[in-house]
Design a binder for this molecule. Structure first.
Ligand code: SAH
Length: 511
């Protein structure tokens, strides 16, 4: 009797998306029982001409087991071929249980699941820093009911990227439930039909109209729905490897960058320990702490500063002066304290959102990291996420664009180190972005794709002459350009290069 049955993943469809192990097993098999509806017949070309092929769609479990038993009795090699990876909705457990009862051994060869073929088709990474670090693979109930806890609302609440199998015929209800569970209507979504097959189709759209688009495309099965902001960033080129971007830019990518120097203020022993932990992971950070805390730590005889962070103490009553002196010297100020303390201390120093540094409040446990001031231009949202990554806490972000997964225009400018020439318009333009007003955007195309792909209310224009909407965002317009009256145009300027910088300094000095 032959040794074991092999369960193998046949991949998503494309015949060259098989593992070498699966190809070998196909070539060796005497009997292949395959899931006919989803396994590409091309895959079966790897079988020998005398191999028996049985489509499992036509037989039930008992018949599958009988076929296996009979083949093994004749010393034949049996391969049970499943679509994608057998561990996802492969119904292999029931077969393995029966084989256990019969004391028949088996082995599993993994395959490329359709969910990864779909990601590849979308040129998407399911896990991106600060957007999502988890992927939920789920389905809606069909003949198989869903366990009580595995509701759409529960999964929606995790914020993870969601992938729905076996649900293409049910998208209207599914997307409605996701929105009812709090997913914004604008959440990026995509459906991939027959990923990796020659007739693969991709339908993209925000959550509120993907179902209609998919229905219009006539797709009802063999498709996956993917939901989450990670999809939004899949349209354009990855700037990470774009030769036009300097290394400096690379280190600024999204939230892993906040390159400025930070000052941390601790008000208690526990706060001091947490400040040292955070400072240890930030370049050139300095920690400021009241003398009495430092003395108490020294008296306790613990060396709490293994990373040799620069620590400066201040006497009671000196905090206000210290903060004023530090205010412009540091790009980020992190209070490891209660929020009230921070708010009172910084109040006299606040100027404008284009000038204020990033201010965060972090509780002593590092659980909540509040982006308090300078969310976009100051970089506080980015710094909060970075600190949350250090402490394992949650970044508390309240700026409206961010909570709707939109990149505010001043945030985009800050990420690229551009300046906003007319900051008085920031508020109106971000509000227009949030309210889906039509906005003409003059931006290098790859950056438009990077930040605003799929935002239908934003129109990419190639020249200032094309601007007609009431709102516009204009990167590097010609000198002395002014928008026509009635158009609110936010003007973004690239950083001065060294020569321009010198000229400007000279002009300033001369005047
Ligand atoms: N084990 C398979 C999933 C089987 S369940 C895997 O790992 O991919 C069948 C469901 O998988 C379909 O309803 C569909 O949602 C998805 N599916 C399978 N192949 C697909 C493909 N090529 N493209 C898109 N979805 C696919």
């Amino acid at each position: 009797m032959s040794e074991k049955v092999i369960f193998a993943g046949a991949g998503p469809g494309a015949p060259d998306l098989l593992t070498l192990r699966c190809v070998k097993a196909l070539a060796a098999a005497d009997l292949v029982i395959y899931a006919g509806s989803l396994v590409n017949p091309e895959v079966l070309r790897h079988c020998r001409p005398d191999c028996r092929l049985v489509d499992s769609a036509r037989i039930d479990l008992d018949e599958v087991i009988d076929l296996i038993k009979a083949a093994l009795a004749k010393d034949e090699k049996v391969l049970r071929l499943h679509t994608g990876d057998p561990a996802m909705y492969g119904a292999i457990s029931e077969q393995m249980n029966r084989l256990d009862e019969l004391k028949i051994d088996y082995e599993i060869i993994p395959g490329v699941s359709s969910v990864f073929a779909a990601a590849a088709a979308l040129k998407c990474e399911f896990t991106m820093p600060d957007l999502s670090q988890s992927l939920v693979l789920t389905r809606t109930a069909g003949r198989t009911p869903m366990p009580d806890q595995e509701t759409i609302a529960n999964f929606a609440a995790t914020g993870a990227t969601l992938a729905f199998f076996l649900s293409a015929g049910n998208l209207e209800k599914l997307t409605r439930e996701l929105m009812a569970a709090g997913k914004p209507e604008t959440t990026p979504a995509a459906v991939v039909y027959r990923a990796s097959w020659p007739n693969q189709k991709i339908v993209r759209g925000p959550l509120n109209d993907i179902a209609a688009k998919v229905s219009a495309a006539g797709i009802r099965r063999q498709a996956l729905l993917l939901v989450g902001p990670v999809l939004e960033r899949s349209g354009g080129l990855s700037l990470l490897y774009d030769k036009h971007f300097s290394h400096g830019y690379r280190s600024q990518r999204r939230d892993e960058f906040f390159t400025g120097k930070c000052a941390l203020y601790a008000m208690s022993k526990a706060g001091y320990a947490k400040a040292l932990e955070i400072a240890g992971a930030l370049p050139q950070a300095e920690v400021f702490v009241p003398e009495r805390i430092l003395n108490a730590v020294a008296a306790a005889g613990v060396t709490e500063n293994p990373a040799q962070i620069a620590v400066k103490s201040f006497a009671a009553g000196e905090m206000a002066g210290l903060l004023a002196a530090n205010w412009q010297k540091f790009s980020g100020h992190i209070f490891v304290s209660a929020t009230g303390i921070a708010v009172r201390k910084i109040a006299p120093l606040l100027q404008h959102k284009t000038l204020d540094p990033a201010v965060l409040v972090c509780d002593e446990n590092g659980t909540q990291i509040i982006s308090l001031i300078g969310g976009h231009i100051g970089g506080a949202n980015r710094l909060a996420r970075k600190v949350a990554g250090i402490t394992g806490g949650t970044a508390v972000i309240t700026t409206a664009t961010d909570i709707h997964n939109l990149v505010a225009f001043d945030e985009m400018a800050a990420r690229n180190r551009w300046t906003v020439k007319n900051p008085a318009l920031i508020k109106s333009l971000n509000a227009a972005l949030l309210e889906n007003e039509t906005i003409d955007v003059l931006l290098p195309e790859h950056l438009f794709q990077e930040y605003y792909a799929g935002k239908k209310n934003l129109r990419l224009v190639a020249d200032v002459a094309e601007i007609t909407a009431g709102f516009a965002v204009v990167f590097a317009p010609p000198q002395n350009w002014r928008p026509e009256s009635g158009i609110k145009a936010l003007i973004l300027q690239p950083p001065l290069d060294a020569e321009q910088c010198e000229n400007q300094c000279e002009n300033r000095c001369a005047s």
